[in-house]
Design a protein around this ligand. Structure first.
Ligand code: RM4
Ligand code: MN
Ligand code: MN
Length: 415
């Protein structure tokens, strides 16, 4: 028997004794989905320096090929978010066909209204109607790309804001934002969703037009049920209780999706689950709890959450970094799935503050690696994706074929 099997059998026995249905847990893990971002495969960095990585993807075709490699290793990353115009092509059907041939599909479409000179003072909130027109037209172009590629998600983040008190009317900008988003909302394809992302600062430093979840939720609710909030885990002030935000939005049916990454100080875009693995576990825990909510709206919202990674790796090997990101999400979800919900309910009912905490901490401390190894074997994958990555010739091959292409690819300034 392989080592992971011995460990898996022990764990399965222990979990079953706690009343956890291991088969259900495994089925959930096989259904888990993590979307990877095209921009995580190209060169990127900080505003100080973009280091060229040997083999970094130079165009959207190479990004899709890399994402397909991550999907082959993990089995849970079948879709790829695109950033427009970084990933813009003339022939969308050809790109879609290429993706399908690689075994992946096109995921969320992310417009970019922050890199053109014209957007210096904002995009959809800009005081000049001509600039707003241009921004809305770009987002509408992204809606068209959704139609052609079959993407069901429009993922919106705006760099809009001001740097000084008095620079512009905060309420005036809010009105412009509402008007622009209403126009985009009206154009959304049936069955698709608009996810509205917030961020508390950067690049604007005095005020950001969509600075927090409450503002994004207010705007989304006013637009209608196809609009929801996107929580980028790196977009909060230090100390913010992100799992609380997640629980609140789930309960309101307003949680649309995530941009996962780890933060230590600001929008650090570090590998998800590295700096704050307990927070990631608690986020998944809220979702698992909401999935079981008897209220139809809450469980439907929880089951429809779009899980996306939003990271730009600076020092890390690109492919290994994306692989590690997906694996960390699997570990966090697995731990959330093995929470002893009955024991937790009992401890809560007894006002047993620390007993309840220990139920969660116990699940968090469970070594779920043998469980995930077993899930992978049942999915026809290598039980250890890092070992499979290290044994693969793909990274060396793309490094050889693509070389170190500074000056192309990522979309980031200087990439
Ligand atoms: C922003 C935000 C967006 C991402 C850009 C590149 O901080 O997280 O989601 O598309 O960065
Ligand atoms: Mn983001
Ligand atoms: Mn960000």
């Amino acid at each position: 028997m392989a080592e992971h099997e011995v460990l898996y059998n022990q764990l399965a026995e222990k979990l079953s004794a706690q009343g956890v249905d291991v088969e259900t847990v495994k089925a959930a893990l096989k259904q888990q989905r993590i979307e990877t971002p095209s921009w995580g495969y190209g060169n990127s960095g900080t505003r100080f320096k973009v280091f060229a990585w040997p083999g970094a993807a130079r165009d959207v075709y190479e990004k899709l090929a890399d994402a397909a490699f991550i999907h082959r290793l993990t089995g849970v990353a079948p879709s790829v978010a695109l950033h427009i115009p970084w990933d813009k092509v003339d022939d969308w059907p050809a790109l879609q066909q290429y993706a399908a041939g690689q075994g992946v599909q096109i995921g969320a479409i992310n417009p970019n209204t922050f890199q053109d000179d014209v957007f210096k003072f904002g995009s959809i909130c800009h005081p000049d109607p001509a600039v707003r027109r241009r921004a809305v037209d770009h987002v509408l172009e992204c809606v068209e790309i959704m139609e052609t590629t079959g993407s069901r998600l429009l993922s919106l983040w705006f760099a809009d804001g001001t740097n000084y008190a008095g620079q512009d009317s905060i309420r005036g900008r809010k009105h412009r934002l509402e008007e622009a988003l209403a126009e985009v909302y009206a154009a959304l394809p049936a069955g698709s969703r608009m996810l509205i992302e917030y961020k508390f600062f950067e690049p604007a430093f005095y005020h950001t037009d969509l600075a927090d979840w409450g503002m994004a939720a207010t705007v989304a609710r006013r637009l209608g049920s196809q609009a929801q909030v996107l929580v980028d885990t790196g977009h909060h002030a230090p100390g913010t209780n992100v799992e609380h935000i997640v629980a609140f939005l789930l309960d309101e049916g307003l949680l649309g999706g995530f941009h996962f990454n780890s933060r230590k100080y600001a929008d650090d875009d570090l590998i998800v689950g590295t700096v704050n693995p307990f927070e990631l576990f608690l986020i998944y825990n809220e979702i698992v709890e909401a999935e079981r909510d008897p209220g139809g709206r809450v469980s439907a919202c929880a089951r429809n959450v779009a899980y996306m990674i939003d990271q730009s790796h600076n020092l890390e090997p690109k492919l290994e970094a994306m692989l590690q990101s997906v694996l960390n999400c699997q570990v966090a979800y697995a731990k959330a799935l093995v929470v002893d919900r009955q024991a937790l309910a009992a401890r809560r009912a007894a006002q047993d503050v620390l007993g309840a905490y220990r139920v969660l901490a116990g699940a968090y401390e469970t070594d779920v690696r043998p469980l995930l190894a077993q899930v992978r074997v049942e999915m026809g994958l290598h039980p250890d994706p890092i070992a499979a990555y290290q044994a693969s010739d793909y990274p060396a091959r793309v490094a050889r074929e693509r070389g170190s292409a500074a000056g192309s690819g990522g979309g980031y300034p200087g990439a």
